[in-house]
Design a binder for this molecule. Structure first.
Ligand SMILES: Cc1cc2nc3c(=O)[nH]c(=O)nc-3n(C[C@H](O)[C@H](O)[C@H](O)COP(=O)(O)OP(=O)(O)OC[C@H]3O[C@@H](n4cnc5c(N)ncnc54)[C@H](O)[C@@H]3O)c2cc1C
Ligand SMILES: NC(=O)c1ccc[n+]([C@@H]2O[C@H](COP(=O)([O-])OP(=O)(O)OC[C@H]3O[C@@H](n4cnc5c(N)ncnc54)[C@H](OP(=O)(O)O)[C@@H]3O)[C@@H](O)[C@H]2O)c1
Length: 247
């Protein structure tokens, strides 16, 4: 059983209504970019824990999670009320295989996220793995509203650092924005608009795709990718896409 260790909030940021990042110190064991820990609070005498991807890269502290408040959710209402100096519980060992460790090198790495699914890529992008294994990285963040486009400063800094090797695309589904694609990631993938905007192709020969966030998006995206000949990547059976469902 994974042990709980105590953490302390060192910073909090609210990006939009119900959308937060928390940074905290806690003595967890080494982890790989793309892994998650469980975060827990004692709510009316009961410890309620849920998994959250680590948004910080493994070599940087504090630890960080990016999450949204879920209406009627057991943990997130309490999690979003935490303030600097408050305590929380986390698992000492991170888990999960949504990492680049077993992925075969290719020309393009496509990182597709809806909502808070962006967080896991902020960790991966700040490690050497994507830049050693892929010529280009295309990050696509799909959100409902422009206000949900968090971490723009960090993404701009990463773009500055990696130049033409990193393309950051945003897709807003419920309002128009001049600097974002319009609609769902899946519709933009089907229509070819995503590839046009990225200036890259998405085929089994040249791409690996990571999908993170809303499970309906992942389900729909899988159908589109498999119709193009991409197969699911497993630890012992290399394929072309990997997934992480948040909800
Ligand atoms: C491997 C893994 C990593 C995860 N990483 C993150 C992360 O980095 N950031 C993050 O925000 N969440 C993440 N999640 C989701 C997170 O663990 C919780 O499920 C979520 O925060 C809701 O917790 P809750 O206790 O408030 O709601 P619950 O009481 O657990 O859920 C209430 C209901 O809301 C649904 N639900 C859960 N999450 C959402 C959501 N985001 N939007 C709409 N409905 C939802 C549930 O399916 C359930 O029906 C991850 C989940 C997994 C499995
Ligand atoms: N104030 C608050 O408490 C607050 C604030 C924000 C969010 N929330 C909660 O957080 C939850 C998550 O909201 P979110 O906006 O972060 O995430 P989300 O509902 O997953 O939406 C993010 C993006 O994914 C798209 N999407 C949804 N289903 C898809 C599918 N099958 N294929 C492709 N794309 C799909 C959405 O498009 P569409 O627009 O077309 O659906 C949107 O562009 C909400 O259900 C809500 O409970 C609460």
């Amino acid at each position: 059983m994974n042990d709980w260790v105590k953490g302390e909030i060192v910073a909090k940021r609210q990006w939009a209504e119900g959308l937060y990042s928390l940074q905290f110190d806690a003595p967890i064991n080494p982890f790989y970019a793309g892994q998650y820990i469980k975060v827990a609070l004692d709510v009316v005498g009961e410890r309620i824990g849920r998994p959250y991807s680590l948004a910080n890269p493994p070599h940087e502290r504090p630890l960080e999670i990016f999450f949204n408040e879920v209406n009627g959710g057991s943990l997130t209402a309490s999690l979003s009320a935490l303030q600097v100096g408050d305590a929380l519980w986390v698992t000492a060992d991170a888990g999960g295989i949504f990492t680049l460790e077993t992925v075969q090198p290719a020309e393009n790495l496509w990182l597709l996220a809806t909502g808070t699914g962006l967080g896991v890529y902020l960790s991966i992008l700040r490690t050497s793995a994507p830049w050693e294994r892929f010529q280009r990285v295309i990050l696509v963040h799909g959100v409902r509203q422009v206000a949900d486009l968090a971490y723009q400063t960090l993404l701009a800094a990463l773009q500055q650092q990696h130049g033409e090797r990193l393309q950051v695309l945003t897709a807003v589904s419920r309002e128009a924005h001049p600097n974002a694609l319009s609609g769902r990631i899946t519709a933009l993938l089907s229509s070819g608009q995503l590839e046009t905007a990225a200036g890259a192709t998405l085929t089994p020969a040249d791409s690996h795709v990571m999908l993170c966030g809303n499970s309906a998006m992942i389900k729909d995206a899988k159908v589109i990718l498999e119709a193009r000949g991409l197969t699911r990547h497993r630890r012992h059976t290399p394929g072309h896409y990997t997934t992480e469902h948040y909800h």
